[in-house]
Structure formats: C-alpha cells, structure tokens
Design a protein around this ligand. Sequence first.
Ligand code: GLN
Ligand code: ZN
Length: 762
Amino acid sequence: MTIATNLGFPRMGPNRELKRAIEGFWAGSVDEAAMLETAATIRKDNWLLQSRLGIDHIPSNDFSLYDQVLDTTAMVGAVPPRYGHEGGMVGLDTYFAMARGTTADGERAGVPPMEMKKWFDTNYHYLVPEFERNQTFTLNSTKAIDEFLEAKALGIHTRPVLLGPTTYLMLGKMADEPDGDPLALLENLLPAYEDVLKRLTEAGADWVQIDEPVLGIDLDDKQRATLGRGIARLSAAGSKLRLMVAVYFSDLRENMKVALALPVSGLHLDLVRGGDELDSVIAKLPESMSLSLGLVDGRNVWRTDLAAAIKVVTHAVKAVGSDRVMVGPSCSLLHSPVDLGNEPDLDTEMKSWLAFAKQKIEEIATITAAVDTAHASPERALAANAKAMAGRRSSARIHRSGVAEALAAITPEMLHRASPFPERRKAQAKVIKLPAFPTTTIGSFPQTAEIRKMRAARARGSVSEKKYQEFLKNEIASVIKFQEKLGLDVLVHGEPERNDMVEYFAERLEGYVSTANGWVQSYGTRMVKPPIIFGDIHRPKPITVTWTTYAQSLTKRPVKGMLTGPVTMLQWSFVRDDQPRGETCRQLALAIRGEVADLEKAGTRIIQIDEPAIREGLPLRGEDRADYLAWAVECFRLASSSVADTTQIHTHMCYAAYDEIIDAISDLDADVLSMESSRSGMDKLRAFDEHPYPNDIGPGVYDIHSPRVASMEEMRERLDMALTVLTREQLWVNPDCGLKTRRWDEVEESLKHMVAAAKSLR
Ligand code: GLN
Ligand code: ZN
C-alpha cells in the first residue's frame, strides 16, 4: 500500500494564535500555562487535521516555540556558556534567552541572543549553534519524545522529525575559532542522538524522519563521509526503528551515491526541484529502501497538477512496488501559508489555482488514493483539479498582451547608462550641488503608532481618503522639515504611505494579488505575508510620483525617490511556476523602469532602487550561481538605466559587501551604493581591498537595529576606517538601513551625530 506522508506543518495556527500567545507571554500578559496550552492545542489540531484528511505518516516534533534548530540545540544540550545553563533539562527561560537575549535587568542581564541565519535558500531564519572545541553533548530536552507521546495519547501514531546530526553541525560555528570545523564534533554529538532514538523506541515509535538537507548542497568528500558515518551510527542505535532520511530544496547531484548507500529504510526526495533525478535514483535504489516522493511544492502556493503527479507515482510504483513508495510534499509545509479557506477576498477562480498547507495535505491524500486500490478513487477531486489546471493555463488574467512583446523588445542599449560612471559623476555634480561626504538616509522614518493606526483606519474605511491623504502630507512635510533642520544633504519623504516595501508596490501592479492571511514564519514569532505573482506584470499608472514630487515641492534640497528593485520584489513574493524566475524578474524590471522614467520626467534628480534581497537569491549550488547573478544584475540595470547622465541612481543593500557577489554588486553600476556595515565592524569593507568598488558608496555608520545611540566619535571612527579602503570622493555618510523601526528621539540624536561626523571630516 502506498503511504501518504507529510514532512512538517506550519506552527503558528490558522490565525497566528501561537504568535499572540508567545508575545503575550514575553510581555507578561499571558501566563506560561496558557501559552503552553495554546501550543498544545495547535499541535493537536494539526495532527487531527492531517489524520482526518488521510495522511498515514504524520510528523511530530515539527512543532516549535521558536525554531527547530534551537530545539535541537536544547535537545543535545549545546547551550552556549553565556546563558549560565548548568546542565539538566533546558527550561523556557534559557530557551528564550538563547533566542532573544536577555534584558538589561535581572540575574542574567544583557546577554546577547544567538546569531540568526537564513535556513538554506528560504526566508526562514534559524539560530546558529555555537560549539566549543572538544564539546560533549547530552540529552537536555525530551521534546521529541514528549510530543510523540502527546500525539499517541490522542490516538495518533506519528513519525517524529529530527534534524540530522551532520546538518545540525554544519549549520553551526565554532565559537572561538572562526575556521574550526564543527564536523569534528560528530563523535561527541552522536550519543545524545542515540539516547533520543532509544527513548523513541521505548515510547513505541517505528518510523523516524531524519532531515539532512545538506545532501542538497555542495559537499566535499570528507563531509559526505561524515554524513554517512553519522546516519550509520543512528541506524545501528535505533535498530528497531525505520529511519527516513529527508533531503529537500535541491536535487542530489554528486551526493546521490552517498544518499543511496545510507543504511536506512527510506529516502525522501524533493521532486519539485530534483524531478529529473527520479529515474537514476530508482535505477540504483537498494531493495531495503523506500522512496518518498516530494511532489507537492512546499515552497510555493500553486495547486499541484495531480494528473502529472499521479503519473510519476504510478511510474515509481511500477518500478519498485507500491509498498516502497510514499507520497509527500517537497519539503516541510512550514514555508507555506496555512489555509486558503482563510482568504475571503480572493475570487473563486484565483482560489482554484492556489493551495496552502491544508490544501496541500488534501492533494497528497488525493494523489495517494488515486494510485492505491485500497482507497476509494477520488474522481471528483481529480476532475476539479484538471479543470483548474486547464483554466489557469489559458486564463486571460495571466497573459497580458504587450508584455511578451515588451520583453522581446529589450535591447542591449537598454541595459546600459549612456556614459560610464566617471562622466556621469561630473555631469551630476553640475546639477546636484552636494558637499563632500554627502549625508543621506535610507528612506523610511519612524512608523509611529499613529501612522499604523491611520493606515488600519483607512483599510477599515473608517477614515476618508481625503483625510488620509492630508495626514500623509503632514507627515511628509514634518519629515522634510526635520531633515532640513538637522542639515542632511539628500532628503527622503519618509515612506509613511508604505506598509511594506514589497507589498506596497505589489498592491499597485497588475499580475499581483495580496492575501489577507497568507502568513509564513520568518523567525521566531515574526511572520511575513509575501504577495503572489500570478500573471504578467503591468504598471497601470505611476506609483510614487505624487508623494515624491510633493516632498520635493517643500524643499530646495534634493529629495530622493524611493523604489523597491525587481530582484527584491521577486525574492519576497510567491512567484509563478509557469515560467522561469528570471523571466518574471524581467517583467518586474520593466515596470520599475517605467516608474523610474516617470519620476525623472517629474523632475526627480535622485532615485534609489532598493535591492536588499539580491544576495539571498543566490542558488544553493555554486555551479548555478553565475546564471542567477547574470539575470539579477541584468534586471537591476534594465530597471535603472533609462535615465540621463545627470540623474543619480542609488541602490541599497542590508548587508556588507560580500566576497561572493562583490563583482555583481559593482556590475549593477548604480551611481551610489549604501549598505549595512557597522554591525560587522566595518571589516567586511576589506573585500574592497582586492575588488575596489568603482562608484560612490555609503557604508552605514551606525546600526539601526539597536536603540543604542552611537556617538559622533564612533561614527567618525567608522568613516576614517572606510577611508582606508575608499577614496574621499567616493564616500557617502548614511545609516545602515531605514529608520522605520526606531523611535523619533533615537533617530534625532543619531542623525545629529551622523551629520556632525560628516562635517568634522569636511
Ligand atoms: N527604503 C527602505 C527603508 O528605508 C529600505 C528597507 C530595506 O533595506 N529593507 O525602509
Ligand atoms: Zn536595508
């Protein structure tokens, strides 16, 4: 019998119940018992839902109060010493201290949190494990066992999920030796895992899912051997258990051999990303191994083509027998919104194209039922799916006349400014009068409670459009006055009209749809709601011109127009799966190019096109990166190159120039680049020693993520440091990023210091 499986389910609950409970717990308004009760209810509802919809292998321990990597750190007792954990079970205090740091008062005052990093190529962030040389590990959390028993008590037999030991170590870092290799700790780590497996066996588990997504990235021989050794030891330890090793986000490529040699009972493949490998895996699949087919896309929101999926499953069943085939999502559904049923504003046709986590579970069950005679045949579901698929393929909403033609008409000249940068710099200096070391900010000013309240009132319709527009005008006027008073050189309008830098544009472009509840976990209780690109992108009318020109009308100093770049729009949206990402990005670039032209026509001299997401779009495999960077750079240039030499293009990135993409960043050929750098102590600027940045650049002089106000001297010191690798003509003075999360008093003091630092340099 073919088995319907799932790898993981969203944890926040259909209405983000967990977010509210945990944040209330942190704020002191929800007590611990009530918070844990909410968590238990979500787990129960998730298990019951999956069981009711027909999933045979339901995951447990996929739930987390913060992050599954942090859970693993607690499980193996790898609490960094600064949290003062003295062994034994890791309590909630310690757990949340690792996640968020501690506040200034109390016993363990002011301890910083663990570092956060992106989980592979997703927008989910995990807490980076910190190890010491010769560290040992012991079981310090029985969460995996507890949750298995919790489900069992509800009558649901689950498949516990553990993050595999090799992936866990590779995600971490050696605390005191930046070049140390955490994999050296494998032997020390394994006893803690063996302990968990032993206890899971005693609790009655049979299948255990071991996630080893590093099998989808570039590994060297030693890393591959370590992975094989780790899994072999776990197999031996849990001899009564059947282990399912799960790989996702990628195909296997040169790791296929080691994956197929693992002494385990099952291997899960991401067939959305690695479908081409299925036949070679089938050909070499050991008799003892089952194959879990990850056919339902866990990373995107589209309905699965069930007929096509069924064909794949039937093919696999013929080759290896129905007893050795499982059907599942490509990866954990953690990366999907929860339930399309929660979207009252989407029309029926749009809904027929979409599937969120709950709908994906239904799809998995339907595919499994269709290939298995033991189940009733799901005729109706299949017919509805076929109709929706055909409808989406031919819908006039998706293909807009003129867009394909516009893409085909892109010429090489459209990807270049008229003159090289040195000439542009001279031309710009003539019309934009700026002092040496010009000061500016990144775009947003504090998004106060009042601004958020007005925006919500407008969405509810409880404030008139006229009143709302007036409110924004007042905001902009006061932000302009504020900047003039402080003596900034290039001003901004402050972005009070924007909820989010991507959603704001998405709501004003055709081809996009926004959801009401399509939330996905970004880190901890922080959720994001990516808009959905379903069709050809078209900009029906100018988006930012009114506010930018209004701001400019209030001052003689130049006001910078503020746009979100095409790669960031793409990266922070759910994207269509019926054409390559690069193609969708080009459409976005053309729309932004139109906006740039309209701003320029309206008299805007300086236009910033933010691209904070370029780096995170990098493919997981080294060999795929050049291709990505080529189209990403091309899209930025397409968006930005139509302007005259005298118009100044800025771009912004929220991270320090990074060795791997430094050439690509230079290739963007923006006149001015502002970037994060103060948090990394300016040392990332060293990258410019070997690859001098050719145009102007503003390495952020203070960290906007912290309420701490840096002194003028500190900022001056950072500028001096920057001048050891940059020339005086190149250097701009600005913060690390936008100021929207800061308070007005913090912003005022910081910017005063910043302007003073620039003046002292002059
Ligand atoms: N212009 C945006 C702002 O200032 C940039 C945000 C970002 O870089 N993420 O908020
Ligand atoms: Zn930024």
